[in-house]
Write a protein that binds this ligand. Structure first.
Ligand code: RRO
Length: 311
């Protein structure tokens, strides 16, 4: 379909194109994952799983916004065993399977990572950055916790382990996190998660637009693209070419994806646009990226990857 070769890889796992879904919308049930499997997405990424199944936070917990969304889903998922049982049927759809793991303690993450290490899943993305669990700060903003977790989770098998990072906003935080990542065999990072604990107020009702945590929730979509781009760029510069980097945040067109390519992403994930548009977004954005690159005379992703020009 593509004039431009959009094949890529993350942590040694080959991907047929640059786009996959993000752990987040419409990837919780077997039916939803089946739809992703039959779409043009290059991989199937599961909703973050916990040790036990969860209903998630009280509703309303998601609101479309003009330029994205705010949500506080609260990790609704079927529990890790259900995803473990699903791995063979997901693999049977012929594309890599990325399992997102989000335990509430290092011990839970150890158990789940160990279990998926023994499965046929391709990549394990450990979520250090869920902003929406009352009383549970994001691990990714606690450098000691991050290091303690990595020291245990990277030694549980040969499958590539990656981490889903929170957005950072200060150069010193990029540097601190990169220094920790370099000390462990982390094979890829996914950046960024939603911007946590933002507040959208409806002046008519004089209330927040979502209920959990008094209205504080994760901001997604167009609003966060510059933040996602900055995080990908900073980590690419700090971690070098060998680190797998998956970009997320505000990708809804081929040119958005191309911007992440210039920043240095090996692949990108689509969350809000998939939520709003459904699975046809993968084929549309792939085609747009291909057309955009073809017009510029590029033939493959490596022609532009990380090649952001200085002014
Ligand atoms: O389920 C959620 O509320 C959620 C998760 Br696990 C996450 O990692 N990021 C997010 O914005 N929402």
């Amino acid at each position: 379909m593509s004039a431009v070769n959009l094949q890529t890889s993350v942590a040694g796992v080959a991907l047929s194109s640059y786009l996959m879904n993000a752990s987040g919308p419409k990837c919780t049930t077997a039916e939803e994952l089946n739809i992703i499997g039959h779409s043009q997405a290059a991989a199937i990424v599961t909703k973050s799983c916990t040790f036990e199944a969860r209903q998630g936070n009280p509703e309303p917990r998601y609101r479309d916004l003009p330029l994205g969304s705010i949500q506080s889903m609260g990790l609704p998922n079927l529990g890790y065993q259900a995803y473990l049982d699903m791995v063979p049927s997901l693999k049977a759809m012929g594309k890599p399977v990325v399992i997102s793991i989000s335990g509430f303690s290092i011990a839970e993450n150890r158990t789940m990572v160990t279990a998926f290490q023994q499965s046929d899943a391709d990549l394990l993305e450990v979520n250090f950055s869920c902003p929406n669990i009352p009383g549970k700060p994001q691990i990714a903003y606690d450098f000691e916790q991050t290091e303690a977790a990595l020291s245990q989770l990277c030694q549980l098998g040969d499958k590539p382990i990656g981490i889903k990072l929170a957005p950072y906003f200060d150069m010193s935080h990029f540097e601190s996190m990169a220094a920790i990542i370099k000390r462990y065999p982390v094979k890829f990072i996914t950046c960024v998660n939603s911007i946590g604990n933002t507040l959208v107020i409806d002046p008519e009702t004089e209330s927040p637009v979502i209920k959990p945590k008094g209205g504080y929730g994760g901001l997604c979509g167009d609003y966060i693209k510059p933040i996602g781009l900055a995080n990908v760029r900073a980590f690419r510069q700090l971690l070098g070419d060998d680190m797998g980097i998956i970009g997320v945040g505000g990708i809804k067109t081929g040119s958005d994806a191309f911007e992440y390519l210039l920043a240095g992403a090996d692949a990108v994930q689509i969350a809000t646009c998939f939520e709003k548009e459904g699975p046809s977004c993968f084929q549309r954005i792939e085609q747009e990226l291909s057309d955009f690159m073809a017009k510029k005379g590029y033939q493959q992703l490596s022609d532009a990857k990380g090649k952001l020009k200085a002014l």
